[in-house]
Structures are given as structure tokens and as C-alpha cells.
Design a binder for this molecule. Sequence first.
Ligand code: FE2
Ligand code: FE2
Length: 293
Amino acid sequence: VLVAHCSDLHLLSLQGARPLDFLGKRLTGALNLLLNRGGEFPTDVAFALMRDIGAQGAEHVLVSGDLTNLALPSELAEARRVLEELRMPPSAVTVIPGNHDAYTEEVVRRNDFSRVMLPFLRGELQPEPTLFPFVRLRGEVAVVALTSAVPSAPLMATGRIGAGQLAALERLLGSPECRERFRLVVLHHPPHERQVHWHNRLLDAAALRSVLARAGAELVVHGHQHRFQRVELEGPSGPIPSIGVASGTWLSPGDPERRAQYNLYRIEDHRLVEVRRRRYSASERAFAEVGPS
Ligand SMILES: [Fe+2]
Ligand SMILES: [Fe+2]
């Protein structure tokens, strides 16, 4: 099975936004964008990203959060349009929210993200009314999707999975449907503290690692850090690889290594046999192979 993994598109669209939308955290966020980051995550790169993923013949696509910047309705609608460019059915595309998609309390209370992304959030195993965690059984792979997206104070970007979701995760990882498959866990925040700043961290990362150490998984993938990262987590029968993907659309980081890119995972006979990356070239206006990672 070939799985494509992209993240952190940070689509910006202020279309139709009202002044009232910019109270509280969004005001800080919008000012920050206008001053520093506007235009650095261009929408045309997001479309090129989807076209390139579609051309790689991936059987499943993971989009691990921060599709939007301020979780505005216009941004969520734009994210849906971008995903359509994959030309793959929602059953082959798993989307989870990041902290930017849960930007305000109101967005979370109204379930703005879930309502727009529902076709991408439907699993064969989905025990909780809150949708997360859910499992999609795709051949020998069980995609186990978590949300760590919670509203945070201005300038904070922390995440939390929560005790209820962690308990459900442990049951799901131990279920027969999952145990006979390659368990691929996807969340937005990294499950570890490597290169993670305190204002950015997953608050219950240690609790998540305990669940993984007990119940096991074959691979954990995440976004949020805007950099490629490979770390090993403790598992019940040997280490579990944890792989972070860089932003799919960021064009102007200081470090060219972090420029717009995505990951490809090849899973064969219950093993992760290959990790590849494809990165955007502004001069070619296209994605190309980076080499083995
Ligand atoms: Fe992000
Ligand atoms: Fe994030």
C-alpha cells in the first residue's frame, strides 16, 4: 500500500469574513499573518500539491491538520476545493484538524471543521459520538485518526488528545480488526518533545506514548512542526517509528529543507519498507523527488 501524507497547508481566505470574526484570538492571528506570513503558503502550491499526490498513485492520502489559518468558513470551503483536486473519493482521503482548524471556542462549539470535512472523517470503527478516534480499514492498513486540535490562547499552539479519546484509542489499537493490520496512527501534534517548543506542544504527549507503549502501533505520523522529523517511540515489541511531515505549501522558510513538501510511505507485508519525500520547486512550479529519508 502506498500512502501519501501532507499537512499544514495554512490556506488563507478572508473572503466573506465579518469584523466580528476578528475578536479575540483571530485578531492577533490576522495581524500576525498580515505582518509576517501572508502569501507564504500560496493556494496555487496547495493545488499543485494535490495534483502531484494524485499523480503518484497513492492508494490513501493523509492530511494531518492546519488546512486553514483562522478556521474561517471561507478557508474551510477553500480546503474542500483543494482536496477535490486529488480526484480521489473521500473514502481514500483521511483529514484531521490541527490547532489552526480549531482556532476559536466558537469554531469548536459549532463543529465547523467536522461539518465541512465529514466525508473524510467516516471510519469503519468509530465508537465515539465525537467522531474521534476513528479507524479506516484499507487493505492491510488500519488508519487510526486522532484529533489533538483544541482552541488555545493567543500566540499559543498547544494540543490535547484528552483522557476519553486516549482510552478509546487503546481499545481500538487492541481490536482484532486493527491488530491483524499495519496500524498507522495519524495526529496533528508530534507525540514527542524533540525540537518542540513549550507553547507548541502536545500537553498529554506522555499519556499518548504510554498508550502506544502498551497497545502498540506500526507507525505514527504527524504535522504541526513544519519540518521533516523521524523519531522512535517505545512499543511493546520494539520501537515504533514516528514521522513528521513538513508543510505542504510553505515557500519561504529560512531553511530550504523545510520548503513545501510531502511524504510517501510504502507499506508491504506489515512493514514500512520505504519513506520518500517530494518537494516543491518554485522555478519548476512542480514537486520533485528529494531522495530517500
Ligand atoms: Fe501548522
Ligand atoms: Fe499546528
